[in-house]
Design a protein around this ligand. Structure first.
Ligand SMILES: [Zn+2]
Length: 595
């Protein structure tokens, strides 16, 4: 994967102290990582899905001339100076985002390599062809200097087309980019200035970057990028890049359990925030596996009851005849012959939130009692006769259409109206696809920590498959896939399709890859990697299960190794614990006591 970037351990330790605080482009070997190939691997075209991804960020393809038109419109509406400031800020944001990509995707790179990747990402994105003349930095002293040359600047081309030869450099968006990129990685403001531009009639653009103090005190870029002291802001822009950008887009509040950035998720989250602080009964509606309990927990945590208990029960899991005693408790000597009194879920959730999942599976009688509790805020233990006040917020969830259940006579209409005060629909994962990549890294982090694994991320085709998969089982399915991948993948490696998908899922059959010649090619995932069954592309006729093939493989290896686990693991080229885990999962006895 990362050929050309490997150095010996001795070399690494010799270089390490210097790398930590100082560096220069001249120290980079040719073909230093991350290479163009490694970067283009982060680009995914989810064909037919309306999305293009650069790692986990959604991109769009737009004609350069349209961007040129936008530029001309903004210059016309706000004047050149305001337009320049706006475009520099936008470019700054773009650079920051790409720096985040490098930090996330290539976390092991030292600062010199990471800084050197910026021009390559900018070039990959099609804005301009960047040549690094030289850069050097000293973290301890806080100094940075860099010189870059640009050829075929798209922005200069558009400026020339609209306004002709100009007296000043005009690549504003593009000059903001290295400022944002370098600032983000360097951790201190770095300002770039274009000193020659093809707009002025030259053959190339030249840009110079220096740490902020390296420029004159009244450098206009300070104003543009919100670094100035004068505090004058360009009109119609409410926050400076510093304010917007040093904070991640997704607030990393650790108490947040439901994560997402998609429009559908944010809409749901907004509803949740509105209702959380109230005492309203909430009904979550959504397909199985969308995370209704997770959202309920989130609601509880954001509510004034967060210090109280959160009790979650699945109504479908309680036998009909026990529903009432489970919910409301039992008085001593009640019909069950109970010798002691026992509190029900309502009493246990006192002061907190009670989450009732699959509410539609409650019996009609239990529905009536629940309604009374919701109205009177009092419960009566089974066989008790005396009532107790309870202070519980009820949150219910259903994966079936309750209104239809009411029409069918299976659900009480009065209870339905009582529950339906504030319904929140949680979208299925396929309707919040923009969240998939975020959830991928979220769950990868969680499961890697839980299973003590060091993993670098996902392979290109694993990412492709996860981004395009339909998730009939929603987030729960994504979660399971990633957990399986984390367990199966090798330490210090990447999670691949074969680690996650068992073959019973209906995978998107093609992966679209950017080839050396710059064209998109559809490459089938190798069928031999998975069971043949899903290549038959039928949801109905899955003939051989992957588990069976897997079982056979392991049994075979065990037989050939005379039941010796370590030998069988070597034969299969996996580790002994991995083999143990898989055997256990497939319920294959080894005759050994696994320790
Ligand atoms: Zn230029």
């Amino acid at each position: 994967m990362r050929s050309g970037s490997h150095i010996s351990l001795a070399e690494a330790s010799r270089r390490a102290p210097k790398m930590l605080t100082r560096g220069a482009s001249s120290e980079l070997e040719t073909g230093a990582s991350p290479t163009f190939d490694e970067l283009t691997e982060q680009l995914h075209f989810a064909l037919g899905d309306g999305r293009i991804w650069l790692n986990d960020q959604r991109m769009v393809l737009m004609q350069s001339t349209v961007l040129g038109r936008l530029r001309a419109e903004i210059i016309g509406a706000f004047g050149t100076e305001a337009a320049k400031a706006m475009f520099m800020r936008v470019g700054y944001i773009q650079g920051m985002r790409d720096a985040e990509l490098i930090q996330k995707r290539f976390p092991q790179e030292d600062l010199t390599h990471a800084l050197a990747a910026g021009p390559r990402v900018h070039t990959l994105e099609g804005f301009v062809k960047v040549t690094t003349k030289h850069f050097e930095f000293d973290l301890a002293k806080g100094t940075y200097f860099g010189e870059f040359h640009w050829h075929d600047s798209s922005e200069a081309g558009e400026h020339l087309a609209s306004f002709g030869i100009s007296a000043e450099p005009a690549c504003w968006l593009q000059t903001g980019y290295p400022a944002g990129y370098t600032t983000k990685l360097f951790g201190k403001p770095v300002i770039f200035r274009e000193v020659e531009c093809t707009c002025m009639g030259g053959s190339r653009c030249v840009i110079i970057g220096k740490h902020a103090e390296g420029w004159e005190k009244d450098a206009p870029e300070r104003e543009f990028l919100g670094l100035g002291w004068k505090g004058i802001r360009a009109r119609s822009v409410s926050d400076t890049p510093e304010e917007t950008l040093n904070e991640p887009v997704v607030p990393e509040r650790h108490k947040d359990v439901a994560v997402g950035v998609s429009a559908n998720f944010l809409r749901t989250r907004h509803l949740l925030e509105k209702v959380a602080i109230t005492e309203a009964t909430v009904l979550f509606v959504g397909e199985s596996g969308v995370g209704k309990e997770l959202f309920s927990r989130q609601l509880h945590m954001m509510s004034g009851r967060s210090n109280g208990p959160f009790v979650a029960i699945n109504c479908a899991a309680i036998p009909d005849q026990l529903v009432e005693s489970e919910l409301f408790g039992v008085e001593k000597g009640a019909f069950t012959g109970a010798s002691v009194a026992r509190a029900g879920y309502f009493e246990r959730a006192s002061g907190g939130t009670l989450f009732l999942d699959e509410i539609s599976s409650l019996t009609f009688a239990a529905q009536g009692k629940l309604l009374r509790v919701l109205q009177e805020r009092q419960i009566e233990r089974v066989g008790g006769g005396k009532t107790v006040s309870v202070d519980v917020r009820v949150v219910a969830a259903s994966n079936v259409d309750l209104a239809a259940e009411v029409s069918a006579g299976r659900f009480r209409q009065d209870l339905y109206f009582r529950l339906c005060v504030f319904p929140i629909t949680i979208p299925p994962l396929r309707e919040r696809r923009d969240d998939i990549s975020l959830l991928m890294s979220h769950f990868l982090g969680i499961y890697a920590a839980r299973h003590r694994r060091r993993l670098k991320g996902f392979t290109r085709r694993a990412t492709d498959a996860l981004l395009k998969y339909d998730y009939p089982g929603n987030i729960r399915e994504l979660q399971n896939l990633i957990e399986r991948g984390v367990v199966y993948a090798d330490d210090d490696g990447l999670v691949d399709v074969v680690h996650m998908f068992s073959g019973s899922e209906l995978l998107p059959p093609f992966s679209t890859t950017l080839m050396q010649d710059g064209k998109l090619h559809q490459m089938p995932l190798e069928p031999s990697d998975l069971s043949k069954s899903h290549w038959q592309a039928s949801t109905e006729s899955i003939s051989t299960s992957f588990d069976e093939i897997e079982r056979e493989t392991y049994l075979n290896a065990m037989n050939l190794s005379n039941g010796n686990l370590s030998a069988a693991a070597r034969r299969l080229q996996i580790t002994r614990p991995q083999l143990q885990y898989r055997l256990k999962r497939l319920r294959i006895g080894t005759g050994h006591k696994s320790s």
